[in-house]
Design a protein around this ligand. Structure first.
Ligand SMILES: C[S@@+](CC[C@H](N)C(=O)[O-])C[C@H]1O[C@@H](n2cnc3c(N)ncnc32)[C@H](O)[C@@H]1O
Length: 228
């Protein structure tokens, strides 16, 4: 799901879920099996994503008095890094077991971990966050769901705020029909699709994965106009 190979159990659960027309049901099943030691979460790194860490060390954002949200936060490692920069941090995931595992992983955390569905978020989250972090959630959703997921994520960003997106890259000439996800990596057009209204791409990197140098990842940074 990340740049690591998707393990067979993950793929089986995902395919069963997709066949049952439940494209997100398999996440909870996988996290639940993992919590009982019966499966492994292929994207659970046990540390924050290296490209997020690199961005934090380079940009050194000061979160004092600011709010951040981590989308599809999984077991919480990225959210903890963001909270360490001083942001009042919300981290949500559709899987209750992922959220429970995040709480267990990070006792005493300042992060507000909660179960929520990207496609049904509280209305008062709209344009409410100064930093939005999205890592590998959109690519974990079937391609027809990706535009709506992208729109929901962009919509979380407050005026003057920063959106950071990390995703596996797909060459533009690779057709959707040839991708047997998950994941369904993002073409350049899918990266551009986060731009909406006054939200603009300000930095874009494309770099090889240290795990498999034949796989490239996007790191895209966007800013919403402050309106001033
Ligand atoms: C590939 S994993 C990536 C997790 C984490 N961002 C990371 O990089 O380790 C995708 C995550 O998105 C969550 N997710 C999938 N669909 C979601 C939705 N509709 N709303 C919220 N979270 C969702 C999954 O449960 C899973 O934790």
């Amino acid at each position: 799901m990340s740049t690591d190979p998707v393990n067979p159990r993950t793929r089986d659960l995902a395919h069963e879920s997709l066949a049952a027309d439940d494209p997100t049901g398999w996440f909870e099943q996988l996290y639940a099996e993992a919590s009982e030691g019966r499966a492994e979460i292929p994207w659970d790194r046990g540390i924050a994503h290296a490209q997020l860490t690199d961005w934090v060390e380079t940009a050194r954002p000061d979160g004092t008095g600011k709010k951040a949200v981590v989308v599809g936060a999984g077991t919480g490692w990225d959210a903890e890094l963001v909270a360490d920069r001083g942001f009042v941090t919300t981290a949500f995931d559709i899987s209750p077991t992922a959220i429970e595992t995040a709480k267990q992983n990070h006792p005493g955390s300042k992060v507000n971990y909660l179960t929520a569905d990207l496609f049904n978020l509280p209305p008062d989250w709209r344009r409410a966050f100064d930093l939005v972090v999205e890592i590998y959630t959109v690519q974990a959703l079937p391609i027809p769901l990706q535009p709506s997921a992208t729109e929901q994520i962009s919509d979380l960003l407050a005026p003057g705020g920063t959106l950071l997106v990390i995703a596996v890259a797909r060459e533009d000439d690779v057709p959707d029909s040839t991708i047997e996800g998950p994941p369904w990596p993002l073409k350049r057009a899918a990266i551009d699709a986060f731009e909406a209204d006054d939200l603009k791409l300000v930095d874009l990197g494309r770099s090889p994965s240290p795990v498999d140098p034949s796989v490239y990842r996007w790191r895209a940074e966007y800013r919403r106009d402050s309106g001033e």
